[in-house]
Design a protein around this ligand. Structure first.
Ligand SMILES: [Zn+2]
Length: 211
């Protein structure tokens, strides 16, 4: 065979292979894409809902987060607010019951899921996390050395490190974690840990907030 003929043969072979690829590849890729899209659509709703019910902390592969609500600018003034509006006080600090292994470490505020939750005072977010018996929770450190905790949230709207103003919305109330119904569990602590909890109603009253 002459060298030219061999080269022509190779070009021809390549053309046939390329034509074959062009004929099948785009089509199969499109099919694969459609199949993925359908599967994702089918999968997303029921599985996400089931996961949300079983463990809200892990829904969507992470904590349920929303954007930081516009409004108050961070400041360090000394005003204090109740953590929610339109509440009914339910389980009190230090009350005992089968729901708690020792004593209740916070004050419960019965509110509908989705109620805006506010930082009671100016501070810095030191925790914004999900999972465990507190569910989705935020802990804020205040300038006076105390920490406040907001638990069982449905949505976290601040991340760790964010400075918040007094009364700044930080999330939405919910029913995540170990609860028997929608409410806000609110704690005041001397350290970031629950063992150091103190009576939040008395603590707020001391700062001019009567619940
Ligand atoms: Zn509680």
């Amino acid at each position: 065979m002459r060298p030219g003929a061999a080269a022509r043969g190779a070009v021809l072979l390549c053309s046939v292979l390329l034509a074959g690829l062009l004929a099948t590849h785009p089509e199969s890729a499109a099919e694969r894409h459609t199949a993925h899209a359908q599967r994702d659509t089918l999968r997303a709703a029921p599985v996400a809902a089931a996961r949300q019910a079983a463990n809200p902390a892990r829904a969507g592969g992470g904590c349920p987060r929303g954007s930081f609500p516009a409004g108050k600018r961070p400041s360090s003034d000394e005003r204090w607010y109740p953590p929610v509006k339109g509440y009914k006080l339910t389980a009190r600090f230090a009350s005992s019951g089968e729901r708690w292994s020792h004593r209740h470490t916070g004050q419960d505020f019965a509110v509908k899921s989705g109620t805006p939750v506010r930082s009671v005072g100016a501070g810095t977010v030191v925790r914004s996390s999900c999972g465990g018996s507190f569910g989705n929770q935020i802990v804020v450190r205040h300038a006076n050395g105390f920490y406040t905790q907001y638990a069982h949230l449905s949505l976290l709207q601040v991340r760790k490190g964010r400075r918040v103003a007094p009364g700044q919305q930080i999330g939405l109330s919910g029913n995540s974690g170990n609860t028997t119904g929608p409410h806000l569990h609110f704690e005041v602590r001397r350290t970031p840990n629950p063992e150091s909890a103190t009576n939040p109603v008395a603590w707020l009253r001391h700062r001019g907030v009567s619940l």
